[in-house]
Design a protein around this ligand. Structure first.
Ligand code: MAN
Length: 135
């Protein structure tokens, strides 16, 4: 599943920046008004995180429970802070899309991302559709 994502990137505008996620590669913050890009971390490992979030009517959102996450570490050093890092939390969706980007602490970023790569393989069911059906 993740093999198919290798070398692909997905971007999303948020605030003053365009954010880019290159699967198995790196996360990057690109200022819309110009200036140099900032590395937000290089892919380090997978992780499991517990989330409790909304799922909107169009199926976008992490929902509740355990989700696969990707940790990106050792990004550009943050002045008076750590090296930048990003936790990318995944949920099933029809296409690759960054739903939300937050800076949870200074230079510690989180991206909520939809991708078919984490949709249930057994029955081909769409996790977010199931969550909507339960409402
Ligand atoms: C830049 C961005 C911000 C970050 C600050 C830290 O402005 O990378 O996200 O908080 O640097 O100085």
């Amino acid at each position: 599943m993740f093999r198919s994502l290798k070398d692909k990137c997905v971007t999303q505008d948020s605030g003053e920046y365009t954010y880019e996620l290159c699967w198995m590669g790196r996360t990057t913050q690109k200022p819309k008004k110009g200036g140099s890009n900032t590395g937000m971390g290089n892919f380090a490992r997978f992780d499991i995180v517990s989330v409790d979030e909304e799922v909107s009517a169009d199926g976008k959102g992490l929902g509740s429970g355990e989700r696969i996450a990707m940790k990106f570490e050792n990004g550009q050093h943050c002045w008076n802070g750590p090296s930048r890092s990003t936790t990318v939390i995944l949920a099933c969706a029809e296409k690759d899309e960054i739903w939300k980007i937050t800076e949870e602490e200074k230079c510690v970023y989180r991206m909520d991302v939809g991708t078919p790569a984490v949709c249930g393989p057994e029955d081909g069911s769409d996790q977010s559709q199931q969550q909507k059906d339960e409402l």
